[in-house]
Design a protein around this ligand. Structure first.
Ligand SMILES: Cc1cc2nc3c(=O)[nH]c(=O)nc-3n(C[C@H](O)[C@H](O)[C@H](O)COP(=O)(O)OP(=O)(O)OC[C@H]3O[C@@H](n4cnc5c(N)ncnc54)[C@H](O)[C@@H]3O)c2cc1C
Length: 619
């Protein structure tokens, strides 16, 4: 086996796959080491990709040249657009994946990728020479050298699963844990946290009584995640809606003393926005029932994922709990629900490029950085892989601003604010979300992926064609329409008044009862232009006022982002700053005044003092 590589990626989960592909596709000889090749791209929890804000991440990964969007488009069994009743900024795609095909296809993509080597092995140590990463050592006794390493070990570091009193050192789904790497990371100065997450049982579909349940079908005529996917996705499966009952609540309350979360068996910090059912019952005591979704795991298995009922209760209590849910009265549990604890690092020790501050060439990505979710992991994996490649090529690395993307918000939150619980992306985290829509992810990011060398010619051509179409459509907005019987009839149908002068298309689109598809059906101005382009133009016109305001806010923020802070400031010595601010600034070492102002515990007053010090050349 070749011993020397340009880069090594540890872990073939959602982060590691994106890192390895980004490195290999930009010409770096890359070795991907993972504990088990059968867990490549494994969907350890819900068999779905996307959802509120997560759908945005997937579209952004795709726009930059990543793989997740293409992989789910080719392996999905149902797809829906969430939040259609709300504004287009929060429209979010969510697809049910065939988790078996998702794994198989991703493994095949990795195996067929030039410049990429895969090996099943456990990395036990990161090798460092003179402050720079030099390679890895495996528990099997092999040494592999490289000048860049991405650590994407997910939920496996010293992982332990818990089901009632039963605990085992184990990764998810019975996969082996990684037992040695945490010690190596601690030796390199990483602060280690203990987090936890949980998953529900998988039950036998043919033992569910679907007759009582509400079916949930996919949306027809819907766009896909990837800008490269030409054919509309096809729905091949349905989900079902049910709910827990009063009996479920009683069973949990009667056995709460056996819940590892409540009897202190679980030490790790869990995700606030993905609570276990016992947590929901205790925290929302006023609620008698909780929604449950039954999601098929794949087309070739009878296993069904019971979304909304993750737990670590003992198996006998689980049996009673699941049988108390409508439709599951006679269900067979094929895999019990469990909680998993694992080690992760303190993301405040990372640069905005996801490089570790204390070791050059060492990057980390995914759940190890304190996040939760396939999409959050894949987004970090892509950026860490791209930056490792740019580092090896001696080029400027990528730091995405909060105004450019949800990925930018995600990474900035991690390296500026840190997290003391599993961090999940939400639209409310993005202050510029009106502009950060799924449909314009390519407009915001594809040029960045192109200049980093990841966006292929084929993707670039697709993007350029869309850009031309957008320009054409924007030009057509200036078209004037003659006031005549046709226009008067059209306006009447749409309950709109006739203007005094011949209106421009743009002016009619500003009217709340008229959208671009109505106008085009009547006048055909935009014939030949793709629906996604018309949708984008329609949204830009309708939300123009808000978007303008957002642009002004972004301009203000970018001005502060240009106020750079020199590296190596000795904050401890800036006595005018409050103690908490000195400690936080020293820990984060912000690159700009804007980043410094986002650090929790650093007040506007501290920022003013810091600006004065910098002007005086102090520190
Ligand atoms: C039980 C459970 C419940 C979850 N619940 C949710 C949820 O409710 N909501 C949600 O959003 N997300 C949930 N997740 C999280 C989701 O699975 C992760 O966010 C996502 O998989 C993280 O991706 P990753 O690439 O960082 O790591 P992972 O997908 O965990 O992949 C890590 C990879 O690293 C490899 N690896 C680890 N250590 C080593 C080593 N030393 N040497 C070589 N290879 C190594 C492993 O083999 C694995 O392939 C859950 C996960 C689990 C396990």
């Amino acid at each position: 086996m070749k011993r020397q590589f340009d880069a090594i990626v540890i872990g073939a989960g959602h982060a590691g796959c994106e890192s390895a592909l980004a490195l290999a596709r930009t010409g770096q000889k890359t070795l991907l080491l993972t504990l088990n090749l059968d867990s490549i791209g494994f969907l350890a929890c819900n068999p779905s990709i996307g959802g509120t804000a997560k759908g945005h991440l997937v579209c952004e990964i795709d726009a930059l040249g990543g793989e997740m969007g293409v992989n789910i488009d080719n392996t999905l069994i149902q797809i829906r657009m969430l939040n259609r009743s709300k504004g287009p900024a929060v429209y979010s795609l969510r697809a049910q994946a065939d988790k078996i095909q998702y794994h198989t296809r991703m493994k095949h993509v990795l195996e067929s990728q030039e410049n990429l080597w895969l090996k099943q092995a456990e990395v036990s140590e990161i090798l460092v020479e003179d402050g720079k990463v030099a390679g890895v050592l495996t528990a099997q006794g092999e040494t592999f050298e490289a000048k860049a390493v991405v650590v994407a070990t997910g939920v496996y570091l010293k992982s332990r699963i818990i089901i009632g009193q039963y605990t085992r050192e184990s990764g998810p789904n019975g996969f082996a844990p990684a037992t040695e790497l945490t010690a190596s990371l601690q030796k390199l100065g990483f602060n280690i946290f203990r987090f936890k997450t949980g998953t529900p049982a998988r039950v036998k579909g043919s033992t569910i009584d679907y007759s009582k349940l509400q079916v949930q079908t996919g949306d027809e005529d819907i766009q896909s995640f990837s800008f490269m996917t030409k054919d509309k996705p096809k729905n091949k499966a349905v989900c079902y809606l049910t709910a827990t009952t009063l009996e479920t609540k009683e069973i949990i309350k009667a056995n709460i003393d056996k819940a590892p979360l409540y009897c202190g068996l679980i030490k790790g910090v869990g995700p606030r926005y993905c609570p276990s059912i016992e947590d929901k019952i205790m925290r929302f005591a006023h609620k008698d029932t909780h929604q449950v979704f039954l999601e098929p795991e794949a087309l070739t298995t009878d296993e069904v994922y019971v979304q909304g009922v993750s737990t670590s209760m003992p198996v006998d209590v689980q049996e009673a709990m699941y049988h108390s849910i409508e439709g599951l009265e006679n269900v067979e549990i094929m895999r019990n629900a469990y909680a998993i604890e694992y080690d992760c690092i303190d993301s405040l020790q990372l640069k905005p490029t996801l490089e570790y501050k204390n070791v050059e060439g060492l990057f980390t990505a995914g759940q190890i950085n304190g996040t939760s979710g396939y999409e959050e992991a894949a987004a970090q994996g892509l950026i860490a892989g791209l930056n490792a490649s740019l580092y090896l090529r001696g080029k400027e690395q990528i730091v995405l601003g909060r105004n450019t993307s949800y990925i930018g918000v995600l990474i900035d939150d991690l390296v500026t604010k840190g997290t003391n619980e599993p961090y999940r992306m939400m639209t409310s985290r993005a202050e510029y979300r009106l502009w950060l829509r799924q449909d314009n992810a390519d407009v915001r990011l594809t040029e960045i992926g192109r200049s980093a060398g990841l966006v292929t010619d084929e993707r670039w051509q697709v993007f350029e064609e869309k850009r031309r179409n957008l320009e054409k459509a924007n030009e057509l907005l200036k078209t004037k329409i003659k006031i005549d019987d046709k226009l008067e009839a059209f306006l009447k149908v749409h309950n709109e008044n006739v203007p005094k002068q011949n209106p421009k298309v743009y002016e009619l689109l500003k009217r709340s009862n008229i959208n671009i598809f109505d106008l085009n059906a009547e006048y055909g101005f935009f014939d030949g232009l793709p629906a996604d382009v018309l949708e984008a133009v329609n949204t830009n016109v309708k939300y123009e006022g808000y978007l303008k305001q957002q642009e002004e806010d972004i301009a203000k923020m970018l001005k502060q982002e240009q106020a750079l802070i020199p590296e190596g400031i000795d904050y401890e010595n800036l006595k005018g700053l409050r103690l908490e601010a000195r400690q936080k600034l020293a820990q984060v070492q912000p690159r700009t005044i804007a980043q410094a102002s986002r650090i929790s515990g650093v007040s506007p007053a501290d920022i003013s003092i810091l600006i004065i010090y910098l002007k005086m050349g102090r520190g």
